[in-house]
Design a protein around this ligand. Structure first.
Ligand SMILES: *[C@@H]1O[C@H](CO)[C@@H](O)[C@H](O)[C@H]1NC(C)=O
Ligand SMILES: *[C@@H]1O[C@H](CO)[C@@H](O)[C@H](O)[C@H]1NC(C)=O
Ligand SMILES: *[C@@H]1O[C@H](CO)[C@@H](O)[C@H](O)[C@H]1NC(C)=O
Length: 405
């Protein structure tokens, strides 16, 4: 009872979540950065530059093609939306050529379709792409975002002193709160400190942010994905402990439908991001996406693992480098778990693997009802001591759900 109460109030271990009622499960949506970067030449690249048409086009697809129903709701603008200069009153403004209708109109467009607007800024004096940053303008920028109808604020960590972030991120969060408009607060605080060899105070990060990056940006390659998973698997300082309703670790965007991953690797990334209770932000052209990638993004059983109300971040139980790792994520139904088998081996054959549930901490004497999550196929009933086999394609994943009988 005590534990249940603590979880519902956003407190886990000694850390309580940011109390704005948001991100009770990992936020889902679409974010421009990984695919569209900072392309501002709309003459040369009319369909892939950062302008209001890009976000409207993605919103249209999200509303029409099943993404919204599946839970993807934020249309998230990244860097390079802003004009080079603030206006005469020091207020942030969108680039007038590329966002002629303005950010408030974009928010209205999304809200009319049942979607939400995410925006980007930086805790330093400039963004990573050298546009105006929020340092010295925290109250003003928070008010501007609230006035425009923004629903989520990603606050990057470029051009700022990492040591000062223990103060600067909470101060900006204070001004976001003072606007009275609930806005998901995404921070790069922990990631910026890790990069500079500073141990983040994760309890404080959880108390002040709804979402926090811990590590490097994802790039469009399998190496990048496995590098991020290695960091999460090592779980230094047990940072996985701090994910839960109200605040989640963010291993960065999904690459599904882009250039760098095979369809097997896309399945692996999606499955692992579900296991990690990661925010699920697609970064792909939804107008031309490969139907196979789309089907993975819309797999409701995998999404249910990600969105499980307990909000626990899965941890790696054991891993053999460049081969097989086994991960476990507790689920809300008491005693139940998702178990992932990630095969990083690149030999051209599927890897057979056998476990006993008891060996990975699933010890219910009556046994478990086991389901394959991606295919939604019953695997049958297994005692903690009976052997359970899986076959994992190269650079791919199998996820099982085990519910106690
Ligand atoms: C602001 O913080 C207070 C105290 O934690 C909380 O009750 C309130 O919901 C927050 N409001 C917003 C808009 O975040
Ligand atoms: C964090 O989780 C680990 C298991 O990964 C556990 O052993 C440890 O006690 C937890 N830390 C805290 C502070 O509760
Ligand atoms: C076991 O799970 C399957 C779905 O995989 C479900 O159809 C079945 O009813 C469950 N059986 C029990 C005994 O809970």
């Amino acid at each position: 009872m005590m534990l249940l109460h603590l979880v519902l109030s956003g407190c886990i271990y000694s850390a309580c979540a940011l109390n704005n009622g948001l991100a009770l499960t990992p936020p889902m949506g679409w974010l421009s950065w990984e695919r569209y970067r900072c392309e501002t030449d709309c003459k040369a690249f009319p369909d892939s530059c950062i302008n209001e048409n890009l976000y409207k086009a993605m919103a249209d697809r999200m509303a029409a093609d099943g993404y919204k129903e599946a839970g993807y709701e934020y249309v998230h603008v990244d860097d390079c939306w802003a004009a080079q200069q603030r206006d005469a009153n020091g207020k942030l403004q969108a680039d007038p050529q590329r966002f002629p209708s303005g950010m408030q109109a974009l928010a209205d467009y999304l809200h009319e379709r049942g979607l939400k607007l995410g925006i980007y800024t930086d805790i330093g004096y400039a963004t990573c792409e050298k546009l105006p940053g929020t340092e010295f303008f925290m109250q003003s920028d928070a008010n501007t975002f609230a006035e425009w109808g923004v629903d989520l604020v990603k606050t990057d960590g470029c051009n700022a002193e990492p040591k000062e972030m223990d103060v600067s991120y909470p101060v900006f969060g204070f001004y976001l709160n003072k606007t009275g408009r609930p806005m998901v607060y995404c921070c790069s605080w922990a990631a910026a400190q890790v990069v500079h060899g500073i141990q983040p105070n994760y309890a404080s990060v959880r108390e002040h942010c709804n979402v926090w990056r811990n590590y490097d940006d994802v790039q469009d390659s399998w190496d990048s994905v496995t590098n991020i998973l290695k960091f999460y698997g090592e779980n230094k300082q047990n940072f996985a402990n701090f994910s839960g309703p109200g605040g989640f670790s963010d291993p960065d965007q999904l690459l599904l439908g882009d250039y760098g991953l095979s369809i097997y690797q896309q399945k692996a990334q999606f499955g692992m991001w579900a296991m990690l209770a990661s925010p699920l932000f697609m970064s792909v052209d939804l107008r031309t996406i490969d139907p196979k990638a789309k089907a993975i993004l819309l797999n409701k059983n995998v999404i249910a693992i990600n969105q499980d109300p307990l909000g626990a971040q899965g941890i790696m139980l054991y891993g053999l480098p460049e081969s097989l790792s086994v991960w476990r994520k507790p689920l809300a139904v008491p005693g139940s778990y998702a178990i992932a088998f990630l095969n990083q081996d690149n030999q051209g054959r599927a890897m057979p693997f056998e476990i006993h549930l008891g060996d990975i901490g699933l010890t219910n004497a009556n046994g478990y009802n086991v389901t394959d999550v991606f295919d939604n196929l019953p695997r049958g009933q297994f005692k903690p001591t009976s052997s359970l086999g899986v076959l994992i394609d190269p650079t791919c994943i199998v996820i099982l759900k085990a519910v106690p009988l």
